[in-house]
Design a protein around this ligand. Structure first.
Ligand SMILES: [Zn+2]
Length: 416
């Protein structure tokens, strides 16, 4: 399984750069080169492209060289080295490409009641559920929201996550949606060791007391242009489902976003089959997320497209729902990602390795598919596949040293 293809940089660059250092004697360096070559499709375990007793040379910005420690080029031999003593594996930094990181309030009491038999509808009728979160988020100051989001981002960091996608969607009005996106911008300044990608999800639900056409007009004519003008988001997302936004409404909002130059994503075919996976492929969306109810036609459409099918197995677990047909998507040739869907109602977890564990157990994904799900394919869903999600020379110096000697240990453990 050992693959020793390496990419080298010119010694001239190495010599002229300062701050070059290396990790040597990693038990394995997982480059993911095979996954990159296959663009994340039809993967087999050897696509992990592991290098036994490997080394990584890097500076503050980029990876300079990857290969077996024994083949470390001469020009790098005198630099600062960290010896991993063949006890730790190295892999690209994890990417959680679907979270609702920014919101205020707690729904712990609702969770307890729901588990004890109170229905979601009963809780919603009392002003609980998403309404509860929207109210708390509107009332929270930008400082308070930042404080709580920062703590959450650091939890993700401790699980190996280095790139975090964050959606708005708990403001559901112009002012609060912008406030939540501003928090993500502030997080990027506060935590330069992570990469934040923000997504405007105004079309998450219909706000109480506002007619839907009126809200859609606000999204298209007021908030989206402002988001673009202030450079507050890279993507626009819509929740297309029964009781939320229709296929036609979703298409209208996403076409408006594309016109402004934003990338698009869809919360697709989650509660009911709405043909939204096919819409994602048609609009060349960067991802179609959830997909619990995707049709066979939807699977075929995604397989033929570059749209990443984003699996959120923690949500199915949390809601005791059936899992998305990941195996069918993978076998059809789709690119499949794995994310937490961290949110206050249906998945209160920032533990991406736990989602990998669920993907192995309930989505029947092999090791390369799981690896790609949180590296290359997740990067592709954020438009970052040329610089993140693989451990190759020229890519960002964005990798994690595991406290284990093999990658599989990471998802063998459950919820560690
Ligand atoms: Zn979501």
């Amino acid at each position: 399984m050992k693959k020793t293809t390496t990419r080298k940089t010119s010694p001239k660059r190495a010599a002229s750069s300062s701050g070059i250092q290396a990790f040597v004697h990693a038990s394995f360096v997982y480059t993911g080169e095979g996954i990159v070559e296959k663009e994340g499709r039809m993967l087999v375990p050897s696509d992990l492209s592991e290098i036994e007793d490997g080394a990584v040379v890097f500076d503050a910005r980029k990876i300079l060289w990857v290969g077996p420690t024994a083949e470390l080029p001469k020009e790098f031999r005198s630099m600062k080295k960290t010896d991993l003593k063949n006890k730790s594996a190295v892999m690209p930094g994890l990417i959680d490409a679907h979270t609702h990181l920014v919101f205020a309030g707690s729904r712990a009491h609702e969770f307890a009641r729901r588990c004890a038999g109170t229905t979601y509808k009963e809780i919603a009728d009392e002003g609980g559920g998403i309404l509860n979160t929207v109210k708390a988020t509107r009332e929270a100051s930008v400082e308070a929201l930042f404080e709580v989001a920062l703590k959450r981002a650091l939890i993700a960091y401790r699980h190996g996550v280095r790139t975090l996608e964050c959606k708005s969607g708990y403001g559901l009005d112009h002012k609060t949606e912008l406030k939540c996106l501003q928090v993500v911008k502030d997080l990027q300044e506060a935590l330069p060791q992570m990469t934040f990608v923000s997504t405007y999800l105004g079309a998450h639900a219909i706000p109480v007391g506002v007619k839907k056409p009126q809200y859609i007009d606000e999204i298209i004519h007021k908030t989206l242009p402002e988001v673009k003008k202030k450079n507050l988001a890279t993507f626009c997302d819509v929740f297309i489902d029964e009781g939320y936004f229709t296929y036609a409404e979703g298409e209208r909002i996403l076409r408006a976003a594309k016109k402004l130059g934003l990338g698009v994503k869809i919360h697709a075919d989650e509660l009911t089959e709405t043909d939204s996976a096919r819409l994602a492929a048609k609009l060349e969306a960067s991802s179609a997320d959830h997909l619990l109810k995707i049709s066979d036609k939807g699977i075929q459409a995604l397989a033929k497209s570059n749209t990443v099918a984003m699996m959120l197995p923690g949500t199915a677990f949390y809601l005791k729902a059936n899992y998305a047909p990941a195996r069918k998507l993978l076998d059809a040739g789709a690119r499949v990602g794995i994310a937490t869907d961290f949110n206050p109602g249906s998945c209160y977890s920032l533990n991406l390795p736990l989602m990998m564990n669920l993907s192995a157990l309930y989505l029947s994904m092999n090791s390369a598919e799981i690896f790609a799900g949180v590296t290359y394919s997740a990067a592709a869903s954020l438009g970052l596949q040329d610089r993140k999600g693989a451990l190759l020379a020229g890519f960002d110096s964005d990798f994690v040293v595991l406290p284990y000697d093999r990658f599989e240990e990471m998802y063998y453990r459950m919820g560690w």
